[in-house]
Design a protein around this ligand. Structure first.
Ligand code: SF4
Length: 460
């Protein structure tokens, strides 16, 4: 593993001054934070920002203005780690010109590599694993009981982690941390630890606080929300309690595991109007043989039945997924089953990846036998297929009215507003001044594979 790091860091790094000369007396006042990876990381970053600003540290937009540069990292794919290593290469050069700047690597990659990171990349000052991220303010202040490398698992009380809103109108509330599933390709259970559910009371209080602060939509987050369990409360009951016992108008959740998505959850989705009709349900492969090697513990047929039940129970539901191509042992017939399943199920959207080995996982011991150029070809073809399916799904929305939450201006034009439909699709509409957080009925007039276009309409 060390050689991977060494590759990304230039020889400049090796000519550094000893650590004691780098950690000068300059007091940290400002920080810059970059987040890599998933929404769990975004949620953790929001909480970390709140923790630092509460202590008087100021967030800045430019790394050049920061006394402390934080990278909240992802280990899920090799590419994600390579991006972090690339950034650390840049920061090594930056630190040469500004030896007083401190660099913190936190999150999944910090958890996976621990002190090896500091040994291999001398410019890194702090390494805090996934369960220690929120202790960064204590660490930089040198509080008793802290050290510059902390990767032990275990919060005495996970409920002490206060969620923070992401934007003025939306927020993440983490309902569980870690994962017990150990899918053969996945590093998450090793870097995020075993599954631990937050208490119902903590979740309700967090959501209610956000609602009182003006948040319109919350995302309940967990690696596998369907296996949420706190005392006698399971996930469908939690959703009902959040819907009935808080004033939050819109509720989303992510991520669902097909083996744990119960009929009761489908009933709850169908009966509770505050729950947005969007389910992100990673399929990963359309071949049962590959699913078995992945350790997913469901068959493609089981997955299809869930989709059928969702589409029968709900008038409208958007279903998105994750797919991996080129998993060890994936024959062309297996890959074609994935293509066929994508054609049949008609996902609204999909995140698609080619398999990359994650050291330490079970699949790392498998023969990674699909050549890289074949993986790329399979992936490109799958992306093209999904693009045509997404286009077809989006065009079905034309003529419908979707209640959409306004998020701001279109990223490309100040003449258009950007909103999010109930099904989690981006819709653009003409406006001079989008009213952020407003929920508008938008009639969909046209659609491409990625975006809907609509206009405000009257509804009775
Ligand atoms: S369910 Fe599987 S893929 Fe998802 S985080 Fe857990 S181990 Fe990883």
């Amino acid at each position: 593993m060390g050689y991977i790091i060494a590759e990304a860091i230039t020889a400049d790094c090796l000519s550094y001054l000893p650590r004691w000369m780098l950690t000068d007396d300059k007091k940290i006042k400002t920080f810059h934070l970059t987040t890599f990876g998933c929404q769990m990381n975004l949620a953790d970053s929001s909480t970390l920002v709140a923790g630092l600003t509460t202590r008087g540290y100021r967030r800045v937009d430019q790394e050049s203005e920061a006394d402390l540069i934080i990278l909240n990292t992802c280990s899920v794919r090799e590419k994600a780690e390579q991006r972090v290593l690339g950034r650390l290469g840049d920061l090594s050069r930056l630190k040469k010109s500004r030896p007083g700047v401190r660099i913190a690597v936190v999150g999944c990659m910090a958890q996976r590599l621990g002190s090896e990171l500091v040994e291999a990349i001398p410019c890194v000052d702090y390494v805090l694993g996934t369960d220690r991220v929120f202790e960064l303010p204590d660490v930089i202040e040198g509080r008793e009981g802290t050290s510059s490398v902390m990767t032990a698992f275990g919060h005495e009380n996970v409920d002490q982690i206060e969620p923070v809103r992401e934007t003025p109108y939306s927020g993440f509330v983490t309902i569980s941390r870690g994962c017990d599933n150990f899918c053969s390709y996945c590093i998450v259970p090793y870097v995020r630890g075993r599954e631990l559910s937050h208490s119902v009371e903590h979740i309700l209080a967090s959501v209610e606080k956000m609602a009182a602060d003006g948040v319109v939509e919350i995302m309940l987050l967990g690696q596998n929300v369907n296996s949420y369990c706190y005392k006698d409360c399971d996930f469908p009951e939690l959703l009902q309690r959040v819907a009935h016992e808080t004033d939050i108008p819109r509720i989303r959740f992510m991520t669902s595991h097909p083996k744990d998505l119960s009929p009761r959850l489908i009933e709850t989705l169908a009966s509770e109007p505050k729950l947005m009709p969007h389910v992100h349900l990673p399929l990963q492969s359309g071949s049962d043989a590959v699913l078995e090697r992945m350790g997913r513990r469901y068959t493609c047929d089981h997955y299809r039945k869930i989709v059928d039940s969702l589409r029968t129970a709900l008038d409208y539901v958007s279903i998105t997924t994750d797919l991996i191509v080129g998993f060890p042992g994936e024959r062309i017939e297996d890959y074609e089953m994935t293509l066929q399943t994508v054609r049949e199920i008609q996902f609204d959207a999909a995140f698609m990846f080619r398999y990359s080995v994650r050291p330490g996982t079970r699949a790392a011991r498998f023969d990674d036998d699909v050549p890289e150029d074949e993986k790329i070809e399979r992936l490109n073809h799958l992306i093209e297929l999904q693009k045509s399916v997404s286009l077809e799904r989006n065009q079905r929305e034309v003529g419908q009215v979707r209640w959409s939450m306004v998020e701001g201006y279109s990223r490309r034009s100040r003449e258009y507003g950007r909103a999010r439909t109930e099904g989690n699709k981006t819709v653009l509409f003409k406006t001079d001044q989008p009213e952020v957080g407003q929920i508008l009925p938008l009639r969909i007039n046209s659609a491409d594979a990625f975006t809907l276009h609509g206009e405000p309409t009257e509804v009775s």
